[in-house]
Design a binder for this molecule. Sequence first.
Ligand code: PNS
Length: 162
Amino acid sequence: MKRALVPGTFDPVTEGHLDIVRRASQIFDEVVVAVAESPGKEPLFSHNERVQLARESTAGMQNVLVEPFDGLLVDFAQKMGANVVVKGLRAITDFEYEFQMNALNYELSQEIETIFIMSPPKFMYLSSSIVREIARLGGSFTQFVPSCVEAALIRKFGLERD
Ligand code: PNS
């Protein structure tokens, strides 16, 4: 059985993330969405909230499970029996960062292969930070996130909605 890991901070999970997870789930037997604690990023949502939102958003995907992790990605991949890590690539600006992470992960473990799936144009410029920013400023973000995340952002920022 071929199991792949889709790691990220998912603060919060967006339609862009879900597109990558869905496509990975069509290639691999099983996909583990690995939600990093990422304390250095001072996430808006708690680790537990991010895991719950990712679980709710992927509930309809039969071969996808969501797990929290807080150590090295390569260690968690090994623990989960996954030797493939799938990352989404949006604009060229992602490349430098992903290139560095890939090189470091390769140094840490040559058993883990990282592969990239290109985001479609409609998600090229979508990120969790942009969604948080729009929500914080009271703009419309419905089209960028699943409904459970929309509701969570509305609660988090105390926004009024019709
Ligand atoms: O969604 P993000 O924040 O861009 O995801 C980054 C993530 C969580 C994949 C990355 O920070 C990570 O792998 N963190 C786990 C700690 C680790 O292994 N660090 C070394 C990788 S270079």
